[in-house]
Structure formats: structure tokens, C-alpha cells
Design a protein around this ligand. Structure first.
Ligand code: NAP
Length: 262
């Protein structure tokens, strides 16, 4: 445990992938945990894996897109494990954006979960954090949100929106003692990435490696954390590339990335 983490850690998207691995990593470090996910069966499985932890583990099934349900879930979890000191908003969805049958409903769903869902989770814990004079919000953006990625335009847009949303909130939260960390993972091997029809094998972190980075973010409270190093460097480069150069790269490399047309 780190001295910088006070109170319980509330984690959304805890049933699968990075969230599940982070829940297990945090439990092994002795933190009090509140776990939220919409997948009841898988969430119960994670709780079973962690095992009995009197007063230090609670879970609720909730959809992050439903603010009332999130408020109720947070109340329920906090009554068992105590006030939330850290929120890790990990619940997210992602799918490819393929042409010619553009699917605006998929874009709406990604904005709803990846942006509004994070806002709902923050809104649910924020009054308590402000009343107690502090807290920490960790939002999971993505390297894919730095520039528009040709085969995942909707996902890129949702993560770009999340990044700027968290950045915009940061000063007002800081004045109230709440710090914000934005996390930018590169590819991680989870259900979200597993089915992607990449033409060539793409190096991916295991969820446990991503979880170790999230634990670092929770304990050290950096403003931003990008990982792995190659993704962090790539992100810096992508940000600096002139638009014309970026467009040319994507015109050429983009269509060769997948085995399906987009
Ligand atoms: N994997 C990567 O390469 C990668 C890279 C960068 C960023 N990220 C981000 O990291 C986070 C975790 O992704 P992951 O790869 O671990 O994905 P994952 O394995 O699909 O896990 C996401 C979890 O969030 C849950 N969830 C989705 N929508 C929800 C909702 N409306 N309410 C409550 N829970 C919901 C999912 O439940 P269901 O199973 O029911 O959908 C699932 O348990 C996401 O924000 C993702 O965008 C992932």
C-alpha cells in the first residue's frame, strides 16, 4: 500500500480485461476495493478470485451510462468499504469503424460509455470527495485518442473527448483537492483487441502488465501516464507530426493495417 492512497478504491469495468487484472493487483496490495461492472456473472467471478476480505471488498452490478444507478452503486459500495478516495474509471467499449456502412449508433454507444460513463462515475463519487477535501480520479483514455485512427475513428473520437474532458475538469477539481490522472495504454490483449483483424501480429501488453501501470498511476498520481514506453514515444511523435505528414502516413499505412476493408 502507498501512503498517497487514502480511502477505498472504486473501479469500474472490473469484470474483464485491464479492470479485472487491476482489481486483482490492488487486492493483493491490501487496498479496500469497490468493484463495479455491468457483467454480473463475471464480476462475481472476480470477487470470488479475490476471496473473503472483511470490510475491504464490495461490488455492485451497474451500467456506467446510468447516472442514478451509478449513484446507488457508489452508495452501496461505500457503505461496505468506506468512502472512495480513488476512482479508477476503466469501463469502456471499442469497435472498428468500417466503411461503406458507417455506423453512427456505434459512435453514440462509445461516446455514451467511454465519455458520459466516466462523467457519471465521477459525478457519483465527487460530492463525497469534495466534502472530505480530496480524492483522485484516474481515467483510462488511449493512445488511439491522440490522433484519429483510420480504422477506429469512433473509438479515437471517444477517447479524444475523454482526454479533453478530464483536462478541462482538472483545474476545478484541483481547487477542491481532487487530482486527475489520464492514462494512455497502448495495445493490451483483452476482449476489446482480441478479435481485431490485424494483417500482421501486433505487440500487445498482457492485462497484468497494464494493471501494474495502473497501480503506479493510483499510487503516484501523475498527471498523465502512457505505456508501454514505445506507445508513450509514439504518442509524442503523433502529436508533433504535421497534419499533412500524418495524413500521408495514414493514406498509405492505414489500409494495410487490417485484413478487412475500411
Ligand atoms: N485493450 C486495449 O488495448 C486498450 C488500450 C487503450 C485503452 N483501453 C481502455 O481500457 C479500458 C478497459 O478496456 P479492456 O481492454 O480491459 O476492455 P474489456 O476487456 O472489454 O473490459 C471492459 C470492461 O468494462 C465493462 N463495461 C463496458 N461497458 C460498460 C458499462 N456501460 N457499464 C459498466 N461496465 C461496462 C465490460 O463489460 P462487458 O464485458 O459486459 O462489456 C468489461 O467488463 C477501456 O476504457 C478501454 O477503452 C484499452
Amino acid at each position: 500500500m502507498s501512503g498517497r492512497v487514502s480511502g477505498a478504491i472504486l473501479l469500474t469495468g472490473a469484470a474483464h480485461g485491464i479492470g479485472r487484472a487491476t482489481a486483482l493487483a490492488l487486492a493483493s496490495r491490501g487496498y479496500a476495493l469497490g468493484l463495479i461492472d455491468r457483467d454480473a456473472e463475471a464480476l462475481a467471478g472476480v470477487v470470488g478470485e479475490i476471496g473473503e476480505r472483511e470490510g475491504a471488498l464490495s461490488f455492485r452490478v451497474s451500467d456506467v451510462t446510468d447516472l442514478d444507478a451509478m449513484r446507488e452503486a457508489v452508495l452501496g459500495v461505500e457503505s461496505a468499504v468506506g468512502p472512495t478516495g480513488t476512482l479508477v474509471a476503466c469501463a469502456g467499449i471499442g469497435s472498428l469503424t468500417l466503411l461503406p456502412d458507417l455506423d453512427p449508433a456505434a459512435l453514440r454507444a462509445m461516446l455514451d460509455v467511454n465519455v458520459v460513463g466516466v462523467a457519471n462515475a465521477i459525478a457519483a463519487v465527487l460530492p463525497g470527495m469534495i466534502a472530505r477535501g480530496g480524492g483522485h480520479v484516474v481515467g483510462i483514455s488511449s493512445v488511439a485518442g491522440v490522433r484519429g485512427m483510420p480504422w477506429m475513428a469512433s473509438y479515437s473520437a471517444s477517447k479524444a473527448a475523454l482526454t479533453t474532458y478530464l483536462e478541462g475538469l482538472r483545474p476545478a477539481l484541483k481547487r477542491r483537492g481532487v487530482s486527475v490522472t489520464t492514462v494512455y495504454p497502448g495495445f493490451v490483449r483483452t476482449a476489446m483487441t482480441e478479435g481485431t483483424p490485424f494483417r500482421r501480429p501486433v505487440p500487445m501488453l498482457e492485462p497484468e502488465q497494464a494493471a501494474a501501470q495502473l497501480v503506479r498511476a493510483i499510487e503516484r498520481r501523475p498527471r498523465d501516464l502512457a505505456f508501454p514506453m514505445s506507445a508513450a514515444l509514439g504518442m509524442g511523435l503523433l502529436r508533433r507530426l504535421p497534419n499533412r505528414v500524418y495524413d500521408r502516413m495514414m493514406d498509405r499505412a492505414g489500409p494495410r493495417a487490417l485484413t478487412v476493408d475500411f
